[in-house]
Design a protein around this ligand. Structure first.
Ligand SMILES: Nc1nc2c(c(=O)[nH]1)N(C=O)[C@@H](CNc1ccc(C(=O)N[C@@H](CCC(=O)O)C(=O)O)cc1)CN2
Ligand SMILES: Nc1nc2c(ncn2[C@@H]2O[C@H](COP(=O)(O)OP(=O)(O)OP(=O)(O)O)[C@@H](O)[C@H]2O)c(=O)[nH]1
Ligand SMILES: [Mg+2]
Length: 457
């Protein structure tokens, strides 16, 4: 990347909006803004504004005036990228924004690549690599949990935690090197013990991060959830309740739903990828039978299954069979229609699933309890928001590799390998952590991180 260039991009969505912004960063950002926008007050101009100030003006190109705008100016190094930055805020809308952007190109700006503003911030030392990834996490956040995790990473909590582990490995490696140079044969075993204990501690720390990520991922990506049960128990009513609209057809006729109906819904703070399925029963109707097969396979591949039961009736053998088929899967028994009858006691389903929720999909009663049950079943209830969590797949792979290198070092130690061999593993683990924080990340790794950003970020 050539940091001498001035880049420009539209930083807001290309759809009708109150305001839209074209952002410029680089040595000519303010000159270009100056030639693009004519200030209403002729005594002021973008290029002579102090940092962190703005003015109002009209936007021009070769064909004349086409919009009005507010321009904000930031001066290097006190800006998002660390370079001179101008933000031209026009009216939102694809046409005006594109016209403003092409004018910037005519005036000498280059198109910004995906994430190039943030990449410049990284290269100029404004952000670490994990903080840059956190910016992408903030944009992608769907609820308060993922937003809090991303904000904690943006503030550097994750960076600090990884740096601390890396520091400890540096100390371990140094004491190991000293021991190799000045060995004391009799004390080898004692030293080995201490080394193993310290390595295990760092490994534990990494293990915690890996586990946290796997659970945090459920918040970010959503939990693939199947709604299953006998016909007519209220599966589609539950789907409609959670999605807030008529996604699935509801009738009093058993066998209404045939296809799998999918919807992304927020259950409180939890993102669910919900699938409503056909009621499971023996049937001669080939169309319904195909739906039942689909329901079963949807349940098998789901991360979570909501088994709906109709409490206007006693628990039936058909219900038990469905519950049995799911044994071992994270599942919640939803005892539905409690507004109309309460003939199923939680105790009856405990042999099959641990979590039960009594509710009325029709009235919405019990939906809060359903949310709490999902948190418990998916073990998300221990996850406190704002924890210093890993927030990208890339970070996970680095942390996993560092963890595995430590495991290898420990095994080598147990098997009586030389301290040299152990030190090689420790160095590899350290290397992985430095790639994670970006301190030793190759250009390819850095490019990969920013390629996933949107243009304008
Ligand atoms: N208008 C606008 N809003 C925005 C952004 C932006 O770039 N422009 N952001 C883009 O993501 C986010 C805010 N992030 C930012 C981070 C740092 C700086 C900045 O100017 N930093 C300077 C000065 C800091 C200070 O005064 O303390 C610096 O770090 O030196 C600006 C925005 C969200 N809102
Ligand atoms: N009283 C009461 N009736 C409900 C409740 N939930 C669903 N029903 C009724 O039960 C009937 C079946 O509801 P559906 O949501 O279509 O049931 P389903 O499980 O999707 O049925 P299939 O698609 O046929 O398998 C409808 O008449 C609903 O109005 C509830 O919580 N209380
Ligand atoms: Mg249905």
């Amino acid at each position: 990347m050539d940091s001498q260039t001035t880049i420009a991009a539209i930083s807001t969505p290309l759809s009708p909006a109150g305001i839209g912004m074209v952002r410029l960063s680089g040595p000519h950002a303010l000159d270009i803004a100056q030639r693009l926008v004519r200030p209403a007050d002729p005594k002021r101009s973008p290029a002579s504004l102090p940092g962190y100030s703005g003015l109002y003006g009209r936007v021009y190109d070769q064909d004349g005036e086409f919009d009005e705008a507010v321009v904000f100016v930031y001066r290097a190094p006190k800006s998002y990228t660390g370079e001179d930055v101008a933000e031209v805020c026009c009216h939102g809308g694809a046409y005006l924004l594109r016209r403003t952007l092409s004018r910037c190109f005519q005036l000498g700006a280059s198109p910004a690549g995906p994430g190039e503003f943030t990449k410049r911030a990284f290269l100029n030392g404004k952000l670490s690599l994990t903080q840059a990834e956190a910016v992408a996490g903030l944009i992608a956040a769907q609820g308060s949990q993922s937003a809090a995790a991303a904000l904690a990473a943006r503030d550097g909590a994750l960076q600090q935690r990884i740096e601390r582990i890396a520091q400890n490995l540096v100390h371990l490696s140094a004491s190991l090197a000293a021991w190799i140079d000045y060995p004391d044969e009799e004390q080898d075993a004692v030293f080995g013990e201490r080394l193993a204990a310290q390595m295990r501690q760092e490994q534990q720390e990494l293990h915690g991060l890996l586990e946290g990520y796997k659970r945090g991922r459920l918040f970010r990506d959503g939990i693939v959830t199947a709604i299953v049960g006998k016909p007519n128990v209220g599966k589609s009513t539950l789907m409609n309740l959670l999605s807030g609209r008529q996604k699935s057809i509801v009738t009093a006729i058993p066998g209404t739903t045939r296809d799998v109906v999918e919807s992304r819904v927020m259950l409180g703070d939890i993102l669910l990828e919900l699938a409503d399925t056909a009621g499971i029963r023996e049937t001669d109707d080939p169309v319904e039978a195909a739906g039942v097969d689909l329901a079963r396979s949807t349940a098998r591949t789901a991360q979570l299954v909501l088994v709906v039961l109709d409490s206007t009736d006693r628990l039936q053998d058909e219900d038990r069979k469905i519950l049995e088929e799911l044994s071992g899967k994270p599942a919640i028994a939803v005892i539905n229609k409690t507004d109309a009858g309460q003939n199923i006691a939680p105790q009856e389903v405990f042999p099959y699933v641990r979590e039960t929720v009594a509710m009325s999909a029709q009235s919405g009663d019990g939906v809060q309890q359903l949310e709490e049950a999902v948190l418990r079943v998916m073990e998300l209830d221990q996850l406190t928001p704002g924890q210093d969590l890993l927030i990208s797949e890339r970070q996970l792979l680095c942390a996993q590799a560092a963890h595995d290198q430590l495991a290898e070092a420990l095994e080598a130690l147990e098997n009586g390998m030389t301290f040299d061999a152990i030190n090689v593993c420790l160095d590899c683990a350290l290397d992985e952590l430095l790639v994670l924080t970006g301190q030793r990340a190759s250009e390819a790794v850095v490019d990969e991180v920013f390629s996933k950003f949107c243009v304008g970020k």
